[in-house]
Design a protein around this ligand. Structure first.
Ligand code: PEP
Length: 263
């Protein structure tokens, strides 16, 4: 269902008022995890000011260690709604449980399916049935084809609002958190009609890698970027090491605008 031949012009995904896949490169940004009203609102206002067209923020955080911050759950969702009201930006948030889909669907603009749940088929089907946009993150041990197969589970429910996300895979290379696989970006763009988003934050795992990985992702054909930003990364409860500070996000957006203008 996702094959490029089926829709050669490509699919546009409508996230609230934002379109992903219309030929321009858009940025969705925000904290890895929603933590406090002040943190979420300040970060949302900041990313809106510098040109992001969508917000990200996890309220259900599937962490490797059960001792790590697990997210605020439905309470955090209210903060995302508040941030949307303040900025006018739509948001995506991760869903981890098929039982949560209906309740979340009443308020979210789009779902995110995390790397650890890419092959949770019951979750894929439930999210597909919601009809809402979905950012489907590649499992860090999954192939290009397996990711496409996971996408088919969404498409089979009659939902074509699917954005494939490359967020890095696990390799023998320890100098970055994961290895960003730009081959996947090029292949997905060639083989499917779905838009592709790249997460340079979770892949590189370090702020100084976000800009080069973002520029490389765009060169490989990415339609969008998913970027971790925090007003005070040193206080972040989740993935503190990779979040961009306000001035780093501003710099990134300036650089991306320059690249789009051919500078
Ligand atoms: C995230 O984007 O919040 C996240 C947890 O990413 P991933 O599922 O790619 O690890």
């Amino acid at each position: 269902l996702g094959r490029r031949e089926i829709r050669p012009a490509g699919t546009e995904v409508a996230l609230g008022p934002t379109t992903i896949g219309d030929g321009s490169v858009v940025v969705i940004a925000g904290p890895c995890a929603v933590e406090t009203p002040e943190q979420m609102l300040a970060t949302a206002e900041l990313v809106a000011e510098y040109g992001a067209v969508g917000l990200r923020g996890g309220v259900f955080k599937p962490r490797t260690s059960p001792h790590s911050f697990q997210g605020l759950g439905f309470t955090g969702l209210e903060l995302l709604v508040e941030a949307r009201k303040k900025t006018g930006l739509p948001f995506v948030t991760e869903v981890v449980d098929p039982e949560h889909v209906k309740r979340l669907a009443e308020v979210v603009d789009g779902f995110q399916i995390g790397a650890r749940n890419m092959q949770n088929f019951a979750l894929l089907s439930a999210v597909g049935q919601s009809g809402l946009p979905v950012v489907l993150k590649r499992g860090f041990g999954c192939t290009v084809e397996e990711t496409l197969a996971a996408g088919e589970y969404l498409l089979m429910e009659g939902n074509d609002q699917v954005v494939l996300c490359e967020r890095g895979i696990r390799t023998f290379e320890p100098s970055s958190r994961f290895t960003l696989d730009l081959t996947a970006v090029a292949l997905w763009k060639q083989r499917t009609h779905l838009p592709v988003i790249v997460d340079p934050s979770h892949s590189g795992g370090r702020p100084e890698l976000v800009e080069p990985l973002s520029l490389a992702a765009i060169a490989a054909g990415a339609d969008a970027l998913l970027v971790d930003v925090h007003v005070r990364p040193e206080e972040a409860l989740c993935d503190a090491k990779q979040a961009l500070r306000p001035e780093q996000f501003a710099g990134l957006m300036t650089r991306l605008a320059g690249a789009a203008a051919g500078l």
